[in-house]
Design a binder for this molecule. Structure first.
Ligand code: DQA
Length: 143
C-alpha cells in the first residue's frame, strides 16, 4: 500500500532553515528513512511538499484515490488551516500528524493544531525521526 507523506510551507528548506530547531537532515533524507521503514512491512511512501495551502488540499484529495494512509506535517498551516482539516476529514485511512519540534514548548500560537482534531496520532519534538516513527505506526495500523 502507499503512504503519502505531505509537508507544508518552508519544509522545502529543511536542512538549511533554523537548523538549531529543525536539524540538518533534508526532506530527501526523510524520504529515504521512511521508505526503508515502509518497505520492511511491504508498503511504499510518496513524499510531497508545497508552500501553497490549496496544493496540500489537492494532494489530500488525490490520496483518497491513491493512498492507504497519510503522514502530514502541515507546518504553519497546522495552526491556521480549517481547509486542510476539512480535506483530511474526507479521507478514510489513518492519519498521523508530525512536528519536528515540540510545538508545546514553543510560542503559544503553535500550541493549537486544527489537524490534531482529525489525526489518529501526533508526534512532536522527536526531530526528523518523527516521520519514520509515524510511518512505523501507520504500518501497525494498516496491518
Ligand atoms: C513545525 C512546527 C510549526 O509550528 C512550524 O510553523 C513549522 C514546522 C515542525 O515541524 O516543528 O514550520 O510543523
Amino acid at each position: 500500500k502507499t503512504i503519502h507523506i505531505l509537508n507544508g510551507p518552508n519544509l522545502n528548506l529543511l536542512g538549511q532553515r533554523q537548523p538549531e530547531i529543525y536539524g540538518h537532515d533534508t526532506l530527501a533524507d526523510i524520504e529515504v528513512a521512511c521508505a526503508a521503514v515502509a518497505a520492511e512491512q511491504g508498503h511504499a511512501v510518496r513524499l510531497f511538499q508545497s508552500n501553497h495551502e490549496g496544493e496540500i488540499v489537492d494532494q489530500i484529495h488525490a490520496a483518497r484515490r491513491d493512498a492507504a494512509a497519510i503522514v502530514i506535517n502541515p507546518a504553519a498551516y497546522s495552526h491556521t488551516s480549517v481547509a486542510i482539516l476539512d480535506a483530511l476529514n474526507s479521507f478514510d485511512g489513518p492519519v498521523i500528524e508530525v512536528h519536528i519540534s515540540n510545538i508545546h514548548k514553543r510560542e503559544s500560537f503553535r500550541h493549537h493544531s486544527y489537524v490534531s482534531l482529525r489525526a489518529d496520532g501526533v508526534i512532536a519534538g522527536c526531530g526528523v525521526e518523527g516521520y519514520a516513527l509515524a510511518v512505523q505506526r501507520i504500518c501497525s495500523l494498516l496491518g
